[in-house]
Design a protein around this ligand. Structure first.
Ligand SMILES: [Zn+2]
Length: 241
């Protein structure tokens, strides 16, 4: 291991967070390019079994988009193994075919799962003006709070799309934690927590590396620069890693 590699591997003593989307056969029309994020039930079971074997070093599990499979497939398989997860729900899809309904969200909550906001309409928050961004952050939360009966304080950022303005808006709206898609591992005390998506076409060795929080050195460096750049809104386009 080189000095640089040693430095990169010890710079955060934290654990990975994975993002899952849909499991099994979609019950709604998918957005373009969304199909790659769906896993078969067999793949999902393999991921969960690996997580159980990992014990305390296991990644934190999150689900985005509020698909019906969160309730119908994921919840019982998680509970069977004594696992919990965070579910980030799109408020405009609630009670539409193929997505979670109010009763499903309450059932997830009753089973010990955490409900968070994924916004209203699955938009890239960087592209919205201040009024529209505020509406995404507050209307989605209000809808979920009305269903859950308590404060919603976590957000899963759609498409992992954020910049300094989005982070300011999230804090200003009262969120205490925002989950991005920057890969790698997280500091459990950080406001912004990077996650890694598991995709259906990934090799099992790649999935195992993600679950273990391993990332090739060039990816680590690229991520570090990318996250720093996004936080301060300064494009760092001249660097290609
Ligand atoms: Zn999403």
């Amino acid at each position: 291991m080189t000095v640089t590699e040693r430095h990169m591997s010890t710079m955060d003593h934290s654990y990975p967070i994975i993002i899952l989307h849909g499991i099994g056969t979609p019950q709604r029309t998918l957005e373009p390019g969304e199909d790659v994020f769906w896993l078969s039930q067999l793949q999902f079971n393999t991921v969960l079994d690996t997580i159980v074997e990992m014990g305390p070093a296991a990644p934190h599990i999150t689900f985005d988009d509020g698909n019906l499979s969160d309730h119908d497939i994921a919840m019982p398989l998680l509970l069977e193994r004594g696992l919990r997860a965070d579910f980030f729900v799109l408020s405009r899809r609630i009670d539409t075919p193929g997505s979670l309904g109010e009763g499903h969200i309450r059932a997830l909550q009753s089973a010990g799962m955490t409900i968070g906001s994924h916004g209203v309409a699955h938009q890239d928050w960087r592209r919205l003006d201040a009024t529209a961004l505020h509406a995404e952050l507050t209307e989605s939360r209000a809808a979920l709070e009305a269903i859950c009966g308590h404060a919603i304080t976590t957000a899963g950022i759609p498409f992992g799309g954020y910049d300094a303005r989005v982070l300011r808006a999230l804090r200003h709206a009262g969120y205490t934690t925002a989950y991005s898609s920057d890969r790698g591992t997280m500091n459990p005390h950080a406001f912004l927590r990077p996650r890694t998506s598991i995709k259906g076409a990934m090799q099992s060795s790649d999935v195992a590396a993600i679950l273990a929080g391993q990332m090739p050195i060039l990816q680590q460096l690229s991520r570090m620069i990318g996250m720093g750049s996004k936080r301060i809104n300064r494009p760092w386009k001249q660097l290609r890693l």
